[in-house]
Design a protein around this ligand. Structure first.
Ligand code: NAP
Length: 285
């Protein structure tokens, strides 16, 4: 890629940010599309989200992906936000047009694309359980409910589950692990499986739920995208279940940002290859 005086810029803000897969994914997309664009990772400390949005305006940066800890903090600094970002209280994508900043949340749309395009699953009318009620769980529960699924949210702490059910709307409800047996689709929206919580002494991290509660025909979608396959997917496959890895959602939510910033169709294969290659180069955990 040759940078020129006309190179247009995009990036990601967060802290920590050096581990982000987004630069390799977006820069591969720009190269594959023959576009004179560059994407950089900006380490923006907590408390500096408003300053970062001012920098976007001053520098004419076309758009940024937004990750922890800024997804909620940037909202007051934007000129407009989508209904999804407003309801979720979080934006993961900012687009600048004519000096105005617009915030959106692309996680739910990315999840539905992965389900429909990669897996061929139409979820309307189906029972779904989302385990976990943080930022990703809320976005996925809302997307599923909007797509016409019957959504049950199961979470460690009840207040977060109740909040997620309200945000999801469309009669989404809070449930328990006993609801798993009745669901066509069970989504892991907890970080369990990333290896962050491995117990001292080599005891493996627990699975987010007991796959023996499920039967063949049910689908397990793990939002975790590293390692591949995840421990939950390994357990689900051993149980005869179909399982889905989180990388597809990661690519599709980025694809929505690519469209918003450039107005072009994203080169999905190049983005997926770049992300999976970068993940393959990292050690598990
Ligand atoms: P988050 O906001 O921190 O929420 C984490 C959720 O998991 C909370 O509901 C939390 O329960 C629950 N949880 C955490 N540790 C737990 C444990 N030990 N046992 C049971 N429940 C536990 O995180 P997030 O942003 O939603 O991300 C969740 C996962 O989704 C991460 O692995 C992330 O990488 C992945 N993700 C993937 C994509 C993708 O594109 N594939 C996109 C976004 C996120 P409490 O409410 O009780 O604390």
């Amino acid at each position: 890629m040759t940078l020129t005086g006309r190179t247009r810029t995009a990036g990601v803000i967060g802290s920590p940010i050096r581990h982000s897969l987004s630069p390799v994914m977006f820069n591969a997309a720009f190269v594959a599309s023959g576009m004179d664009w560059a994407y950089l990772a900006f380490e923006v400390p907590e408390g500096r989200a408003t300053g970062a949005m001012e920098a976007l305006r001053a520098l004419g940066i076309e758009g940024v992906s937004v990750t922890m800890p800024h997804k909620a903090a940037i909202l007051p600094a934007l000129d407009s936000i989508s209904e999804d970002a407003a309801l979720l209280g979080a934006a993961n994508c900012v687009t600048q047009r004519a000096g105005a900043l617009h915030g959106d949340n692309t996680d739910g749309a990315g999840f539905l694309d992965a389900l429909r395009i990669d897996e061929g699953i139409e979820i309307e009318g189906q029972a779904c359980v989302v385990v976990g009620a943080g930022g990703a769980g809320r976005a996925v529960a809302r997307a599923l409910a909007q797509a016409g699924a019957r959504v049950t949210i199961v979470n460690r702490s009840a207040p977060a589950a109740e909040r997620a059910a309200v945000i999801a709307g469309h009669s989404a409800r809070v449930g328990s692990m006993t609801d798993l047996a009745e669901a066509s689709l069970v989504v892991n929206a907890t970080p369990l499986g990333m290896g962050l919580g491995a117990a001292p002494g080599g005891r493996p991290e627990p699975l987010p739920f007991d796959v023996t509660l499920l039967a063949p025909g049910q689908v397990v979608f793990d939002l975790v995208y590293h390692p591949a396959p995840t421990p939950l997917m390994v357990a689900a496959t051993a149980q005869g279940l179909r399982s889905v890895h989180g990388l597809g959602m990661l690519v599709y939510q980025a694809a929505h940002a690519f469209r918003a910033w450039t107005g072009e169709e994203p080169p999905l294969a190049a983005m997926r290859l770049a992300a999976s290659t970068a993940l393959g180069q990292r050690r598990p955990g």
